[in-house]
Design a protein around this ligand. Structure first.
Ligand code: FE2
Length: 188
């Protein structure tokens, strides 16, 4: 049952290139269907662990070498600084509450370490809410957890080995290897 629910989401994701409104709707359906299945069971028990720079626990529900569906645990009060992956993404809140921000990039990327951003979305997301992050260069996002939160992500491909961390108010970014995060906490 659990596998069927996740694979139904994967089927839709594959059909639509891993992101977009159809995939967002499928994620909502998937989360609703998973809730009773996981109600008495720690989601960690039905998934396997993946290291994350930002969260205390990242659990893989599905991965085929390209497309991934993961749960990320984000503790209350955690800020995941503004960053990119070099990929679009679908982000849902399975349980909990986050303030989620996404940005459009306005400059053409010609000047190293300079990035002009405009806030596209600042949204309170709670149980069942889903957001679609567009393709690069507008795949810029961050969040603050208002409760202990379990986030579901669909990652439609290989994450870039180098991440950009943005400081919107200063119109700059820095680059760091994936798996690390800014020593100063990054921009939010
Ligand atoms: Fe991210």
């Amino acid at each position: 049952m659990y596998d069927d629910v996740v694979l139904a989401l994967v089927d839709v994701a594959k059909k639509h290139g891993g992101y977009g409104d159809e995939v967002a709707d499928a994620m909502k359906t998937c989360m609703s269907a998973l809730r009773p299945l996981l109600a008495d069971e720690d989601p960690a028990l039905v998934t396997y662990f993946r290291k994350s720079a930002h969260t205390s626990g990242s659990r893989v529900l599905y991965y085929d070498g390209f497309l991934g569906v993961v749960f990320n645990e984000v503790k209350c009060g955690t800020i995941i600084p503004i960053h990119n992956h070099g990929l679009p993404e679908v982000v849902g809140v399975y349980s909990g509450s986050i303030l989620y921000r996404t940005y459009n990039r306005l400059d053409n990327g010609d000047v190293p370490n300079v990035a002009e951003l405009s806030l596209r979305e600042e949204r309170l997301m709670t149980d069942g809410d889903v957001s679609v992050l567009p393709e690069p260069p507008n795949d810029i996002h961050g969040l603050r957890a208002l409760k202990d939160t379990l986030v579901m992500n669909i990652i439609p491909g290989a994450l870039q080995p180098v991440r950009q961390y943005y400081y919107p108010s200063e119109s700059i970014y820095i680059e760091l290897p994936a798996g690390t995060k800014p020593a100063d906490g990054g921009g939010w």
